[in-house]
Structures are given as C-alpha cells and as structure tokens.
Design a protein. Structure first.
Lengths: 162, 824
C-alpha cells in the first residue's frame, strides 16, 4: 500500500426510518448498516457475531424483507423503513414470539436472540403455520451456540399457535 | 422435535409455589434479552473513545527484524499505537502456572521480537473509528525472518525441531507421570491385552457468538482502570494482570453485565486487556476493542488437542477391565495462557465411569506454532473421557463383546457411592447403569435389529453408540500444585450478599459472571424458599462489578460450579438474613423467642398468632431509617455476606492423590446414526441425552444446558475443526470454513434425567453444564458400530466428518492395523 495515500472516505446523508422513527444522518459511504444502527442510532439490540454474513445476529427487516444488516451498507438503506428487535414489543407487552422464547427457554445468553426473533417474525408473517422443517429452514441463517435450537423450534411453533 | 421426560411447563409466577426450587420459573434475564435490551460489551460507548485494531502475524514462526509504526501514527484519525517493545518496558511477563521448563517462558500482551503463531498480536492501533484503525494498521511496517514452524505436536520434541521458546530451552512445556494401583499385577492377571497405537482428539472450541471485547477507561486521579469486559473469570484475569502491570488488584475494576456465551473461551483474554489498559493510560482516552470473528478463531482459546499413544488395556475375557497405561501428548499451542492446568484437570475423572483400579498415564505437553489453547467446555476431562469411551468400544469390538454389556459390567455401581477413585477423587452419587437403561429405552434399543434391517433395505448402515461421561464440578485448586509445587493455590470459594433494603426490597449480588446460565433466576429461587416470599420479590443484580459485588479469589463462572459454589453462597447469606430478620422481630415484638417466629408471605410473624406480623418493608425501614431505641447489642444489619468454602484438603502432591472436585454430574448419551456407504455421509436418526446433576433448582435451565452441550458436541464430532496447513495457516478462520451446527443440522432429541442428590452439598445440587462431550463419544461409537460389519474400521479420531467416514469405509485396514490383541 502506498503509505502516502490517506484513507479516502466520502460521506453521504441518508434518511432511514427505524421502528417508526425517522433519522437523518451523515454516514461514511463504507459504513455497514449494522454499525449505523448500533453505533450511530444507538439501537444496540441487533448484534454482530461473525463479520461474514453467516450468523444472522444482525438480522433486521428492511421494507418487509429479512436482511442481514452486516451485508448491507448504510447508504443502501437510504429511504427505507427498518424493523429491529427493539420494535417488536408493544410498549411493555411482549410479542407472542418474545413471550414464547421465554416460556420455552429458547434463549440462554441472549446474543443471537434479537436476530433469531427477527427471522422468526419474518417467517411467521409469510407462513403463519410453518411445519417443523419450514421452521428449521426459516432459521437456518441464524447461528445459536447455546441452545442447540430445539427449544427455539418449540417457541416458534408455540407462537404460531400450533 | 424434542420429547422430554421432564415437564417443561413453567410455573405461574403469581401463585407462590410451596417451594420455588425444582420449578421451571421463567428466567428473570429473558425480558431484557428478548427486547434487545441486554448490555453486552460492544454496546458500551464513551465520549471520545478510540477503537483498537490489532496488527497480527502472517507468519507461524518468525523473528521480527524491524517494526515501524510512524506511518500508521501519522494516518488520519489515528490516536496512537502500542508495540511489543513498549509493552515489554511497561509490564512484566505474565505469571506462569507451569513449573520449568514451561515456567521459564516470557509472555507479554503483544509479541516481543518474535511471532509464534499466525494471528498473534504484534501492534495495537487506535483510531477514531473502527475503519480508520483498520486502515492505519495496514501502514504498520514489519519485516520478518521466517523460521520453520511446528504444526504437529508429535514433531515438537524431534532433535531437528526449531525451538519456539528459547527461554524454555526447547518445546517441552510440562511433563508428569501419574500412576496408581499395581500395573504389573493387573496386566499379569489379565486374559488379554488390547493395544491401541494412537488415538487423536482434535482441536476445536465452542465459538461463542459474541467475540471477546472490552471498553477500558483510565482514571488519572486515582490510577484506576475500569474494564468493561466479557471476560468470564475476572478473578483470574486480575491475578494475571495486576502483577504484570505492577499495580494492585483494586486498581483493576471489572464490570460486566451480559455476556454472549463463554464456554471457557472467555477466560484468557488478559493479554488483550493489558494492551487496552496501557493504551487507555497512554492516550488519555477510553479505548474500545471488539475482536473480529477471524481474530477469535485464529488466536483465542482453542480446545486442547491431544494424542493418546501406545495404549495398553488389561482386560479379562468377559470384558472386565482391570487397568490401562497410555501416553498423553498435549498440544498447548504457542503460549501457556491457562496451561498446563489441562495436565492435571483430566485427573478429576481418571477412571471415567469405570471400576478399573490400575492406571498409568504419562502426560507431556509441548508448544507448537498454533493458537494458544485454553479452557473449552469440558476442559481436559472431555479429552480423557473420550479416550476412556474409545477404549471401551475398541475393547468390546476386539473381544467380540457388546459395548452395552461391557459398560454395565464395569460401571461404578450406585451401591459403591460415594466411590473413591484410584487417585483419591470421590464420586459423590449416581446410577450410571440406570441412566444407560433410560437412554437405550429412549432410542428404542429393543427395536435396533428391525431398525438395522430397515436401514439396510434402504442401503444405509445403522449404528448405535454410547457416550457415558462425567461433569466434575467445583474444583479444588490444590490440584494445580501437581503441575507446580510452588503454587500457593488450594480449595475454592464463592461469595454472595443478600440484603433487605429500606423499602423491603430483597437485593442479591453474586460473585459470578454468567453467560446465559440463568443465575439471576436460580439464585432468586433459593432466596425465595428461605425467606418465604415470591421470586418476583427477589432482585438479583444483573452482571458483576468488582467494585460493588463482593467476590472472592475464585469467583467467576466456569468449570460447572454455580449450583454448588454460587448457590451455597446465596443460601448461606440468605440463612443469615433470615436469622437476622427473626432477631429483629424478636426485639420489636418485645422478646418473643426467635423459635416462635416464622417467615411467611413476605413478613416475619408469630407462629401461634399470624396476625402479629412484621412485613419485610417494616424490617428494612426499622434497621435502615428508624433504628433509635433498638437494643445496643442487637447485631442486625440486614445486609449479609457469606463466603462458601467447599470442604477440601490439599492433595498429596507426591502420590498425586486427593479429591480434586466436589461433585460429579453424569451424562449418558445414545446416538443412532445411518451412514450412506457410497459417500460416508451420515445422519443422526435418533438421539437420547440422559443427565444426572443431583437436585435440579430449575429443570428447564438444566435441560437447556444439556441441549446446548449436546449440540456443541455434535458440531465438534461432525464438523468443527481448527485445521492448520503445514505453514501454520489456519484454514478455518470464520464461520464459512468452520461449520457450526445450524437449524437444519439438528437431529431429533430425547432427554431424560435421574436425580441423585449430592451428599456433599447443602442443596443436593451438582455443578453441571459442560456435559463431558458425551455426544462426541456417542457419535464416534455409533460410527464404529455401523462399520463393524462393513470392514470393521476403528474410530481413532474425535473428528469424524463425512470424508473421514468414507476413508474408513474404503480403507478399514488403515485403522484396524493400529489395534492388536495379545494374550497376557
């Protein structure tokens, strides 16, 4: 690398709505969406576990589509509406999925849980009564190292009313 | 999906239970965690903080011939750097646990003069953002003179092997011979001697989803560091860091709230924490470090890789096991960060679950040019238990016996409990044969012939395997003296405080640093039973702050001990508080004897006159804010601290004899698999995990630990490996190449339990959670069983990915020829 070449960064102003609140921020063009959500907006519920798009801890719903926010640049989210784990509960009332995760002991350390909940939320929106295999497929992009997933499958099933 | 023999239904929190212990009380931790409101280390921010990026070695073994950070320091947004030379001038080498030669090595927070593995940190760069720190790290100029690396421990002691640590005079780090019983007599008495050339336990770890990290602030006025970190054993980190940094431990304040998984892998982050502390002081600003996933894989806490060589097993024709001798060769990697404690930890479970009395094990630990090993779930016992389970199945196969029968013939029996092992450990309680029966029943052992025929009809090979293991918990740290007689450690301890505050709040602090084990919940269950109140009324402070939480030398969350050490401390403190509440009420009620009082419904009252009740709120208010006129000698503070100390003696170092752990939880896992003989691909088609950890405070949490340990074991045996090439490059440095189980990988699971209360603990509990790697052993056994009538290959490695199974199908002679049986 040419030592005399400074790191060049350009920035851009973006507008993003997260959990119903609209934010306008200037961001570096190379900033990842997850870092924007966590560091700039200080919504730290979405996590980073792998840096490579494997683990799904950073999963959020962007304009209705489940995405891994470490695989997008913040500037790509300009103009979009994003849902994160912080938006799942209605005030103090936890969503059915959040309640089921606790009732079925589907979390231990809780680090993968926000991403897992967003994937499960997206799954149940598109398929309100998933089969066992459909639940597994719906969660295959999320790694959990604590639970072995079995109780997570049970929780999703319970939340779907099955 | 999951079938279970325990009722997972949670209790209704509104209706106070007769006893809270034993109930599936919903976890107190969950409400914040399911809303994304946990506080993990990377969530913590400070004004003006700098981000740290470590420059790491691209070479496995090389001299550093020049190092220049000037261009990096001049880069935009860079606050400063730290080099190994600076570290060597500002700190002393970390204290070494090992006796010589390993004890002579000099270990600093950053590499000094030489690098010893790919990924070793050499320079730390701090900048305004993560991205700028990473950019600037590219500008650090380092020149290397490569040295031949050692990537196979079996070559580390060869005459022509390069020396990794000149200070140690070679690559031998530690060695010790363990022998108990009468080997000559045992081998003389045997009918057969089964010889196994080499067994290999591979290198992997638990890869917690949250990597290591810290945010460190330095207070110039007090000379004190506040270290927000996810280190899971801050007591150990402090012991390592204080002397190295030439500072008192009170200057190192450790703060943790939520930790994203640990599994032992977050014990040895002290080198990085020292670098953070030095930078916070040098730069006069908070510094933040979050480990990249690749950095975790390439540098943090690999599990111990171990070979068992020249094993000989003395056995009778009926399968009665008399003893064994073996040579364990352990690969420590490049540094001894917790090692060589693995060289004695295995001895907690010396005979496994079996009654053989004559055992010799020569333990040798060497350095290699790979990442340092450190505790990993099942630390060092898992390797040894895999060995004993492999021996059982190999003996059974070689002698034409049924592995189930061999196990039952040799298991330590429930009537033998408490059972003293050949090396003086005392197995507290258990019924291993019963656990095996439950496991076999759960997977339909009676139908195995039909299942085998059915699989065969589909062109598949069916195999059933057993993994029976122990989860020894509550260490006697005196065992460290077998590694180094100079060490002044022994026993164990843990602390809890329980207080009744001014408005009657019951507030509990723990010395522990949980990573998902639900300590806030189980502690509240114990407190609620003693104080006869609801678990909802018990506030267990989340996380740990060494300034505010009372703690002891061995405080932390590691090595399967909370249900014994942590909860015994909670019980002790709460018993004290209950006694004080009665003492206070006795005085307030005008001398009613304490025996005539009881705690009930959140108050203290007269047994014969329940209307005469003093609510806890009144008790708290009287002591804290309305105490005039109380008897001078009352001696009540309603703020109670208890230090639990398990009953241990210092082991006999010469004979290597003594009780090394207080409790022995047990696991029996049974795996049924189907192998495609064309490809080696296999599926687990049925799986049972049976656990006995004594009294269960919260069965659902216990079952969650069993499930998690099972999943990690299945990942370990089927997929996960830290693979190095011959140049010492890690080939599996991320979750693309290092495949951990995903949702679609999970087999059906059935769980069962036995409750054998420990006679040695106040609550009858046993530490649990590590699981002894039972799933690894069970799958290895199942693979061997499936191949038994199809070439008869022997499973000699703990890593069994599909291509390895295919190799065994294609060339069974490769492993068969490593086993022999001779008449004694």
């Amino acid at each position: 690398m040419d030592a005399s070449a400074p790191a060049i960064s350009t920035s851009r102003t973006i507008t993003v709505t997260i959990n119903g609140t609209t934010y306008e921020r200037e961001v570096e063009a190379r900033k990842l969406l997850i870092h924007f959500i966590r560091d700039d907006i200080d919504l730290t519920g979405s996590h980073i576990g792998c840096d490579t798009g494997n683990c799904g801890a950073c999963s959020v719903i962007l304009d209705g589509t489940l995405v891994k926010s470490c695989m997008l640049l913040a500037v790509q989210a300009d103009g979009s509406s994003i849902e994160t784990v912080e938006g799942l509960a209605d005030g103090d009332e936890l969503s059915k999925l959040q309640q089921a995760f606790s009732a079925r002991h589907a979390l231990q350390c809780g680090y993968c849980t926000p991403g897992m909940l967003m994937s499960a939320t997206a799954l149940l929106r598109s398929n309100p009564a998933p089969s066992e295999n459909e639940i597994k497929k719906g969660l295959q992009g999320n790694i959990c190292r604590c639970t072995g997933y079995w109780n997570i499958f049970e929780a999703v099933k319970e939340a779907s009313g099955q | 999906m999951t079938t279970t023999t325990i009722a997972p239904e949670q209790v209704e929190i509104e209706a106070p239970a007769e006893t809270w212990k034993g109930q599936n009380v919903p976890r107190k931790e969950d409400k914040r965690l399911v809303q994304g409101l946990g506080v993990f280390v990377d969530d913590i921010k400070r004004h003006g903080m700098g981000f740290i990026h470590f420059v790491r070695s691209p070479y496995a073994h090389a001299h550093i011939t020049s190092l220049d950070v000037s261009k990096a320091e001049a880069a935009p947004g860079v606050y400063g750097t730290l080099t190994g030379e600076e570290v060597a001038s500002l700190t002393d080498p970390f204290f070494q646990i090992s006796s010589v030669p390993g004890g002579n090595i000099k270990d600093f927070a950053l590499a000094v003069g030489k690098v010893r593995y790919v990924g070793e940190a050499i320079v730390a760069v701090v900048a305004e953002t993560r991205e700028l720190a990473r950019d600037a790290s590219e500008l650090v100029e380092i020149e290397y003179e490569p040295i031949a690396p050692i990537t196979d421990a079996r070559h580390a002691l060869a005459d022509d092997a390069a020396t990794i640590h000149e200070d140690a005079g070679g690559n031998l780090m530690w060695e010790g011979t363990y022998e108990w019983g009468d080997l000559d007599a045992a081998f003389g008495e045997a009918d057969k001697i089964v010889k196994i050339d080499e067994l290999h336990f591979h290198r992997f770890n638990s890869t917690p989803l949250e990597t290591n990290g810290a945010l460190v602030e330095y207070n110039r006025g007090t000379g004190q560091w506040t270290i927000h970190t996810n280190n899971q054993f801050p007591g150990f980190a402090a012991i390592m860091m204080g002397p190295a940094m030439r500072t008192g431990l009170d200057k190192l304040r450790f703060v943790t709230q939520d930790i994203g998984g640990g599994f032992g892998n977050k014990i040895t982050s002290h080198p990085q924490l020292v670098a953070c502390c030095l930078l916070a002081r040098k730069l006069g600003r908070p510094v933040q470090w979050t480990e990249w996933r690749t950095d975790f894989h390439s540098s943090m806490s690999h599990g111990n890789e171990r070979w068992f060589q020249d094993t000989e097993v003395a056995v009778r024709n009926d399968g009665t096991l008399l003893g064994f001798r073996t040579k364990a060769l352990d690969d420590a990697g490049a540094w001894l960060r917790y090692e060589p404690l693995g060289g004695v930890i295995w001895a907690q479970v010396t005979p496994g679950m079996y009654r053989w009395r004559h055992i010799r094990l020569e333990f040798t630990q060497v350095a290699t040019n790979k990442a340092p090993v450190s505790p990993n779930r099942g630390y060092s016992r898992m390797q040894h238990l895999w060995f004993t389970e492999r021996v059982i199945d190999i003996v059974a196969q070689e002698l034409g016996l049924d592995p189930v029968e061999v196990r039952k013939r040799n298991y330590i029996r429930t009537e033998d409990m408490p059972y003293e092992t050949p090396n003086g450990c005392v197995y507290d309680s258990g019924d291993y044969a019963k656990m095996l029966d439950i496991g076999l029943d759960l997977i339909g052992w009676d139908k195995r012939k039909e299942r085998r025929a059915d699989a065969a009809a589909r062109g598949k090979l069916l195999g059933v395997g057993i993994g029976s293991t122990l989860d020894s918990g509550t260490n006697n740290f005196g065992q460290s003296r077998m590694i180094n007689p100079e060490l002044q450690f022994s026993g164990n301890n843990e602390v809890a405080t329980v207080k009744l505050d001014i408005f009657g709040e019951i507030v509990v602090t723990l010395g522990t640093t949980p990573q998902g084990q639900g300590h806030e919940t189980t502690a509240a269950q114990v407190v609620a039973d003693i104080l006869q109140c609801s678990v909802d009324d018990v506030h267990v402070r989340a996380g740990h702050d060494s300034y505010w939480n009372s703690h002891a030398g061995f405080s932390g969350t590691y090595a399967s001990q909370f249900a014994v050490t942590g909860l015994s401390a909670v019980k002790g403190a709460t018993d004290m508080l209950a006694a004080e509440i009665k003492k206070l009420a006795s005085a307030v009620f005008g001398g009613v004897p304490e025996e005539a009082l009881e705690l009930a419904e959140g108050s203290v009252r007269i047994k014969d006159n329940p209307d005469a009740a003093l609510p806890f709120m009144a008790c708290g208010a009287i002591i804290n804010a309305n105490n005039a006129g109380l008897p001078e000698d009352l001696g009540v503070t309603l703020n109670c601290r208890y230090v639990y100390r398990p009953p241990f003696e210092v082991p006999d170092i010469e004979k290597k004899f003594g009780n090394l752990t207080l409790t022995y939880a047990a696991q029996v896992h049974v795996a049924m698999i189907e192998i495609d003989p064309e490809t080696g691909y296999y599926d687990i088609v049925d799986y049972a995990a049976v656990d006995d950890c004594g009294k269960r405070i919260n069965p659902q949490i216990v079952e969650g630990q069993v499930m998690g340990a099972t999943a990690q074991a299945l990942g370990g045996v089927m997929h996960e490996q830290f693979v190095y090439d011959e140049d010492g490059n890690l080939l599996t440095p991320n979750f693309y190449d290092y495949h951990v189980p995903h949702a679609l990988d999970m087999p059906p699971l059935k769980t069962g339990f036995v409750e054998s209360p420990s006679p040695f603990t106040a609550l009858g509990t046993k530490g649990m959670g590590e699981g002894g790697g039972a799933g690894i052993h069970a799958v290895c056994a199942a693979v061997q069983d499936a191949l038994r009538a199809h070439g008869g290959a022997i499973v000699v490695d703990s890593a069994n990915p599909y291509h390895t199974v295919w190799e065994m199908l294609e060339h069974p002679e490769h492993t068969k020829q490593t086993i022999s049986v001779v008449d004694a």
